[in-house]
Design a protein around this ligand. Structure first.
Ligand code: 5GP
Length: 197
């Protein structure tokens, strides 16, 4: 597999990384395309199949696992599998675009290890675990039990932050957006010229 750049944004659920990723996708000069993950979880809110995720059954997910179709996959929460299909990255690279991922910390670091040169791995840190809880509750898309599951995982995820290329603090959203845009633009510019040599 060969092509454009890979930009990974990982963070605990509720840290605001999806907002950052959406902002970056709207910056046309960055030439980014979102990597649509496959998941066995049910759609939430107004999520659409083939836009937010490829929503597939657990059975289909396991078939893809066995066939070696995934670049990486994780059981992010019990019985909720998420994974990046190899065909997804190929599809985006074939368009001549850079890939942006909104994936969990383990998956993010796995992509970085597989493609160390091409990948920029950014960790988005929420101000605190307490703040995360407030944000998840405000979102009103998950049950109390699911929120607690996400909070319990957040502390473990926070500990992986130093393994990323950069950490963005997301307490003031505008600053986080600006910093993210700057980092991505720099990564794309540097690596394109390095690769062409
Ligand atoms: P959510 O259920 O809130 O959409 O996602 C839960 C977590 O799974 C988030 O941290 C999200 O970034 C992560 N995730 C989404 N897609 C993938 C994927 O393809 N691989 C991995 N490893 N994690 C993913």
């Amino acid at each position: 597999m060969k092509g454009g750049k890979l930009i990974v944004f990982s963070a605990p659920s509720g840290s605001g990384k999806t907002t950052i990723v959406r902002h970056l996708l709207a910056q046309k000069h960055l030439n980014l395309e979102f990597s649509i993950s496959a998941t066995s979880r049910a759609p939430r809110g107004d999520e659409k199949d083939g836009t937010d995720y490829y929503f597939i059954s657990l059975e289909q997910f396991k078939k893809h696992m066995k066939a070696g179709d995934f670049l990486e996959w994780e059981e992010v929460y019990r019985d909720n599998f998420y994974g990046t299909l190899k065909t997804e990255v190929e599809r985006i690279w074939a368009m001549g675009k850079n890939v942006i991922f909104d994936i969990d910390v383990v998956g993010g670091l796995r992509i970085k290890r597989k493609f160390p040169e091409e990948t920029l791995a950014v960790f988005v840190r929420p101000p605190s675990v307490e703040e995360l809880k407030i944000r998840l509750k405000k979102r009103k898309t998950e049950s109390e039990e699911k929120i607690n599951m996400r909070i319990a995982k957040a502390s473990v995820e926070m500990a992986t932050a130093p393994q990323f290329d950069f950490i963005i603090e997301n307490d003031i959203l505008e600053n986080a957006l600006e910093e993210a845009e700057h980092l991505v633009a720099q990564h794309i510019a540097n690596e394109i010229s390095a690769e062409e040599e």
